[in-house]
Design a protein around this ligand. Structure first.
Ligand code: SF4
Ligand code: SF4
Length: 315
């Protein structure tokens, strides 16, 4: 698989990054052994980059897979921490959880924030910069769904990498269209930032048009790598072949189509806790019960563990 240098970081990444969210407790809930198999399948294909986050709960399987793999692997993680001490705990936790003495990229996990995030979370940001100075983190970034945050990050000297949500239909993009995000990405790249793309398949919503969806993101100027969430070795195989530009018959792609949906159980109390947790404004309480807007939901799974009634299920 093609490798490119990520902006000004010197980090050489494959065009595809393995996204860990889909394997973990927020989504497919794979066992450690099952997840390890998927991770090793991706690494064996030559994918050299893995993206995870503190909230994905995937450090254990990644560490276990790395123990059985001798090649170089680019590791990225992220945290929603706001203060210096919280972020320090996240960084140290990731190092120990992943079994590494350094991390290639550490992002401010900032799905739905405003451009003021750099001031509002200045302690957390400073912590990442300090750990970069110590050589523990190679590159500091921000992961977000918001167009104006990418625009702001493009101007922040200390940001090395941006990790925007982008897909051809613009599903999940906050504060703009796909075209607006593409423009923001181009400016960030021109300003020397590395760019890794997320949600190119909109959490599985674009599996029915997977070739066009990948092609759209792969052709955006400035993107070095596309993080693709996978939870089965068959997905690794097919996605790898698509990124090698193999012409895969539609019939073979059919079996990848997602049957995943977010269900709301009848015992939802309408408390609204999950509404605030959704980064994409896909939930609303209507007549005492939460309702999912399928056009906005990217099946990220951030909402279901938050429900105090266990009324949300991503299945
Ligand atoms: S409704 Fe839940 S799964 Fe859908 S986008 Fe919002 S947080 Fe993610
Ligand atoms: S958090 Fe749970 S109970 Fe509350 S509105 Fe959401 S689904 Fe319903």
């Amino acid at each position: 698989m093609k490798k490119k240098i990520l902006g000004g970081t010197g980090i050489k990444m494959t065009e595809m990054t393995l996204g860990a969210l889909t394997m973990g407790p927020l989504q497919a809930k794979l066992s450690l052994e099952e997840a390890k198999k998927v991770i090793l399948a991706a690494l064996d294909k030559g994918i050299n980059s893995i993206d995870t986050a503190e909230m994905y709960g995937m450090d254990g399987p990644i560490k276990a897979a790395l123990a059985e793999y001798s090649g170089e692997v680019i590791l990225a993680s992220k945290s929603t921490a706001t203060s210096y001490s919280e972020m320090e705990k996240s960084v140290l936790g990731a190092l120990s959880g992943l079994g590494r003495d350094y991390l290639d990229i550490f992002y401010l996990h900032a799905a739905k924030v405003t451009p003021e995030v750099f001031q509002e979370r200045s302690g957390a940001f400073q912590c990442l910069l300090d750990y970069k100075s110590k050589g523990v983190i190679r590159a500091v970034g921000i992961a977000t769904h918001v167009v104006s945050v990418i625009e702001k990050a493009a101007e922040v000297n200390e940001i090395d990498v941006v990790f925007p949500l982008i897909n051809k239909r613009g599903v999940g993009i906050v504060g703009g269209t796909a075209a607006n995000m593409v423009k923001a990405i181009e400016i960030a790249s021109q300003n020397g930032k590395g760019v890794v793309a997320m949600k190119s398949l909109a959490g599985g919503n674009l599996l029915g048009e997977i070739k066009a969806a990948f092609s759209f993101v792969r052709n955006i100027e400035g993107i070095t790598s596309v993080a693709v969430g996978m939870s089965h070795v068959d997905e690794v195989e097919v996605n790898f072949r698509l990124f090698k530009d193999e012409d895969i018959p539609e019939s073979e792609l059919e079996r990848l189509k997602s049957t995943k949906q977010l269900f709301v159980a009848r015992f939802c109390t309408g408390c609204g806790t999950c509404v605030k947790a959704c980064p994409n404004e896909a939930l609303a309480v209507i007549e005492g019960m939460v309702v999912v807007d399928k056009n906005k939901c990217i099946l990220c799974g951030y909402c279901n563990p938050i429900c105090p009634e266990f009324a949300l299920r991503l299945v």
